[in-house]
Design a protein around this ligand. Structure first.
Ligand SMILES: Nc1nc2c(c(=O)[nH]1)N[C@H]1C(S)=C(S)[C@@H](COP(=O)(O)O)O[C@H]1N2
Ligand SMILES: [Mo]
Length: 570
């Protein structure tokens, strides 16, 4: 019989309906017939798994395509779910992710989500071997989650088109593939009912059913890929590169003093004094860099002010620009960590802008709003302490801000950690009391007085690196220390159990920047430990205890503790 069937050039396509009509056309009682056919409606496991997987894939692809078409990358269900997950991550976990994955926390999240979705797709497929219903329910569930996540991204009604299309695509693809994955009735009947002449006419072989399934799967996968790639390409249409290029070089009216040659020891292993913008540490809540064009950017000053005012980017740009050398630090930076960088920021003094609106009595904080939905609050008295050094910045190192550092406008307040001072992609500065709870405060972080601390006195050993083997003879230890707002007056090093000895300090640039140190001395061959501690401008010593390890307390607190480095000589 197989041979006969194999000769059939164009077998009719199988479907549950054709199976049923075939059943109906047969004199055998339907019930009996159905029960005998039951095993055939059970999908082979591999087909079932693939069906689920491809349906999820199609849903994501179509969602991405629509998000690109409507120029709203944030409406892509995949990214929206990622962003929603970030917003829900407990602060301590987020802190952990920043500390351990750093700038890779985002790829790590996306990869984790992709793996979860693959498992989900396979699982929902396997759940649907007998009936299409469980899988459809699972896809609808996923679609609803995606829709809710997008709804949260404040993309407007238009944005909801993407997850809804995604839901339809998922349901449609699953339904279609599930039908095409059905083995033909003959596959099962064949063994039990060998030689049954009635099957010979219109029932194709298992092999043809497989080809049909493979082709359908390939078509669906290809469709999903094309849709996803299309969405990606379309999303690129809003690209701030051209806008950024049009800003051109930024020349300050009042430049920062030049950086003295002896301000850093990069040859000895310290960073360069000014961090190239591309190497500047990056921390934010976004999976994709918000794209805000300079020509569309408006800064509003609102809330407890005499008269709300607005400035376009061009208006800011044509004001007299000042340049300030500032070292920024993230509160999640661990002892010895990399989230500290220095730039020549260019912009206008923040307080000058606020004064144009007139700050009302009773205002306690300035809440920065951003296109990414992020908000942060800077205590007004701390902002006033920073004075004219606090900037509404439009540039870094004589260029417009890089997109990932807040193009076209951001705030920078020296002396304060980024999460209470440095709104990127800034759209609004709102004067308010502490009744307004910014993003991190709402999520349980300590971001309002008395919890707001100035950046803690820190020192980091850059060379030798941990467990490095250095040639015998004279050994050089070099590093950097910071206590923005207060400056660094001394750094001491302790080798093994010797007395503390002062390191040589590099030229101070200003009190808001890091200060490099170095010390060269002979050391006996063998294993050594070096520990560093810094003192701020008024002689206060860097705290010895690793507070976050001893008492995690309210997150975040800014790491404390002396850093020790273990290395080998010879
Ligand atoms: N809009 C927006 N601004 C933000 C953040 C954010 O997530 N969104 N993160 C803040 C944090 S925690 C830090 S440490 C600084 C980091 O700025 P950078 O990435 O330019 O170094 O940006 C701050 N400004
Ligand atoms: Mo941060």
């Amino acid at each position: 019989m197989t041979a006969i069937l194999a000769e059939r050039p164009n077998p009719p396509l199988a479907s549950p309906t054709s199976a049923l009509s075939h059943v109906g056309g047969n004199p055998e009682p339907l019930r009996q017939r159905m029960s005998r056919m039951t095993p055939t409606s059970r999908l082979p496991a591999v087909r079932a798994a693939l069906t689920g997987l491809i349906a999820v894939f199609a849903a994501l692809g179509v969602g991405h395509l629509i998000s690109g078409l409507i120029l709203t990358p944030a409406a892509s269900p995949f990214l929206a779910v990622g962003n929603a997950a970030i917003d829900r991550t407990p602060a301590a976990v987020k802190d952990f992710a920043i500390t351990h994955f750093g700038t890779n926390d985002k790829p790590a999240l996306l990869v984790g989500m992709a793996v979860a979705l693959v498992l989900f797709g396979v699982l929902l497929g396997l759940m649907s071997r007998r009936s299409v219903v469980p899988g459809l329910a699972a896809i609808v569930f996923l679609g609803v989650v995606g829709t809710l996540a997008v709804a949260e991204q404040s993309t407007g009604w238009l944005g909801l088109l993407a997850p809804l299309a995604s839901l339809l695509a998922g349901v449609g693809a699953f339904w279609w593939l599930h039908r095409r994955a059905q083995p033909r009735p003959v596959d099962a009947i064949h063994d039990a009912d060998a030689g049954a002449g009635e099957a010979a006419d219109d029932v194709p072989t298992r092999g043809l059913g497989r080809r049909r399934f493979v082709l359908s799967s390939l078509a669906a996968t290809l469709g999903a890929l094309v849709a996803g790639a299309g969405g990606f390409a379309l999303g690129k249409r809003i690209d701030v590169t051209a806008s950024r290029r049009a800003v051109g070089e930024l020349v300050p009216t009042t430049p920062a003093p030049p950086i003295p040659a002896g301000a850093a020891f990069p040859k000895l292993g310290t960073p360069t004094f000014i961090t190239p913008a591309a190497d500047f540490y990056r921390i934010d809540i976004n999976l994709t860099v918000p794209q805000l064009r300079a020509e569309d950017a408006v800064l509003r000053i609102t809330g407890m002010v005499d008269t709300p005012v607005e400035f376009t980017f061009d208006e800011i740009r044509s004001m007299p620009l000042v340049e300030k050398t500032i070292t920024m630090t993230c509160v999640s930076n661990e002892v010895g960590g990399p989230y500290v960088s220095t730039a020549n920021f260019i912009g206008v003094p923040l307080l000058d802008l606020l004064d144009q609106a007139g700050i009302q009595d009773g205002a306690q904080q300035v809440v920065g709003h951003s296109v990414d939905g992020f908000t942060l609050g800077t205590p007004l008295d701390l902002l006033r302490n920073a004075g004219k050094e606090a900037l509404l910045a439009i540039g870094m190192n004589r260029e417009a801000l890089l997109p990932e550092h807040g193009f076209p406008m951001r705030t920078v307040v020296p002396g304060l950690y980024g999460y209470v001072s440095a709104t990127k992609w800034l759209t609004e500065l709102e004067l308010a009391t502490y009744n307004i709870k910014p993003y991190w405060v709402e999520r349980g972080w300590d971001g309002q007085p008395p919890g707001v601390v100035p950046i803690k006195i820190s020192s980091r050993i850059d060379a030798p690196s941990s467990f490095q083997r250095v040639p015998s003879g004279d050994v050089t230890v070099a590093g950097t220390a910071w206590a923005q707002g207060r400056g660094i007056s001394k750094v001491e090093l302790r080798f093994d159990n010797e007395e503390w000895q002062p390191a040589e300090l590099a030229t101070e640039v200003n009190r808001n920047t890091w200060r490099m140190f170095r010390l060269t001395r002979p050391l006996a061959p063998g294993q050594h430990t070096v520990t560093s501690r810094a003192f701020d401008g008024s002689g206060v010593m860097q705290a010895e205890d690793r507070l976050r390890l001893i008492n995690p307390g309210p997150v975040p607190d800014g790491s404390t503790g002396w850093q020790s480095m273990f290395f080998t000589v010879g």
